[in-house]
Write a protein that binds this ligand. Structure first.
Ligand code: HEM
Length: 399
């Protein structure tokens, strides 16, 4: 730890409520070094202007291979665009990008509504609903499975658990077994695409398998890593938008009422989704970056090879950028939050995530009717994940 470290009680509460710790960092140590023996130094950057500038700074690399001994995810599944610099990044991003262009995504709107209604039909008669397990998880996973072309028999809670265990393993889980399950899942998926059959249509995974087999535009390891990445981030992030967003609305009923009004004000749904993304950002910390050359931030010297963690969740609560940053204001404009990142690694799935949020959140609130949290907000279970911020469960009860 650097001499000036956040108070232990703020660190201890960081999974449940990172915002007091972020406020402390922005104020007292905006470039804070976490130094531990035998481990690479990790810098935490917490102010909006610094986070935004560094998201586009070519002195930072996304290649974990530059930090000796550092393995950021499951073995053999790290060769994807999140962990690549140009020219590999440009090549891999181009292969994936076409499936996510806003024009193609917009066509999915009726499908999102249909799935959302079907899930809500199932809980219509129940007094207790878990917004995550009953709604946010299956909805968002269904959507990424549809885009990738995952066969229905693999679109299951077990598949979701296998994926999620790779980023927030429960204490009692055997990680070797988790990795074996994950590799077996990818084998099945890729073999299905290679051997043709009814699911080998025009979907993204089919296209990536062809890019790997026919033109060699992607190696086998890159193909497997990319499939893993898309399945995970296509699901976990948007699930957190719906979960964190619903929680924020339940805790701010006057704001929720704006969204559930029979005729919300024009543009309100769109500004509401942006504000919920800012207010409790689903991707709390940007993904891996390290210094490819020495640099200075807020007067601190960052050495080549140090890891640099850009705290998106903190930047989005920076009062120097957002007036009354800790207040939820669904009409907030402008709202240039960094929830989808910024620059060359800007989120590929942003149009999909925005559409899912815009369709699902108002529908969920309207069809649930009056509900309240089934337990006090500070007892809700947050998943202890490295980069994401999301609830393991969001139990509500009809009132
Ligand atoms: C609310 C939902 C989402 C949020 C908040 C979110 C957030 C982000 C952020 C912050 C980044 C940049 C990370 C960095 O620079 O370190 C990113 C990148 C990415 N996102 Fe999303 N994301 C969401 C949904 C999705 C969805 C639905 C997909 C679909 C597959 C997706 C795919 C990706 C990919 C592939 C990248 C890597 C882009 C690159 O490295 O060039 N995301 N996302």
């Amino acid at each position: 730890m650097s001499p000036l470290a956040p108070p232990p009680e703020l660190l201890a509460a960081r999974v449940r409520d990172p915002y007091p710790c972020f406020a402390w960092l922005r104020r007292h140590a905006p470039a804070h070094a976490d130094r531990r023996p035998g481990r690479p130094t990790v810098w935490q950057i917490s102010r909006y202007e610094d986070v935004r500038a560094l998201l586009t700074d070519a002195r930072l690399s996304k290649d974990p291979g530059r930090v000796p001994g550092y393995v950021p995810g499951p073995t053999g599944l790290n060769r994807h665009l999140v962990h690549a610099d140009p020219p590999d990044h440009t090549r891999l991003r181009t292969l994936v990008n076409t499936a996510f262009v806003p024009r193609r995504i917009a066509q999915l709107e009726p499908f999102i509504g249909e799935i959302a209604h079907r899930l809500l039909d199932r809980v219509e008669q129940r007094p207790h609903v878990d917004v995550i397990a009953d709604f946010a998880a299956p909805l968002t996973f269904r959507m990424i499975c549809a885009i990738l072309g995952v066969p229905p028999e693999l679109d299951t809670a077990a598949t979701r658990d296998t994926l999620m265990a790779t980023i927030s393993p429960a204490a009692d889980v055997d990680t070797d077994r988790g990795e074996r399950d994950l590799h077996a899942l990818l084998d099945t998926l890729i073999v299905t695409k290679r051997t043709g059959g009814e699911h080998n249509g025009t979907d993204l995974l089919g296209a990536l398998v062809r890019a790997s087999d026919d033109s060699g535009a992607m190696s086998e390891e890159e193909l497997r890593s990319t499939a893993y990445l898309l399945l995970l981030v296509g699901h976990d992030t948007t699930m957190n938008l719906i979960g964190n967003g619903t929680l924020a609305l339940l805790r701010n009923p006057a704001q929720a009422a704006l969204l559930t009004a029979p005729q919300p004000a024009p543009g309100l749904v769109a500004t509401a989704v942006e504000e919920l993304l800012r207010f409790d950002s689903p991707v709390r910390d940007a993904t891996f970056r390290c210094a490819a050359q020495p640099l200075s931030v807020q007067g601190q010297s960052i050495a080549e090879g140090d890891i640099v963690s850009l705290l998106i969740g903190s930047a989005n609560r920076d009062g120097a950028r957002f007036p009354e940053a800790d207040r939820l204001d669904l009409t907030r404009t402008p709202n240039d939050h960094l929830a989808f990142g910024y620059g060359p690694h800007f989120c590929i799935g942003a149009a999909l995530a925005r559409l899912e949020g815009a369709v699902a959140l108002p529908l969920l609130l309207r069809r649930l009717g009056p509900v309240q949290l089934a337990k006090p907000a500070d007892e809700l279970p947050w998943r202890p994940a490295r980069v994401m911020r999301g609830l393991a469960a969001l139990p509500v009860v009809r009132t």
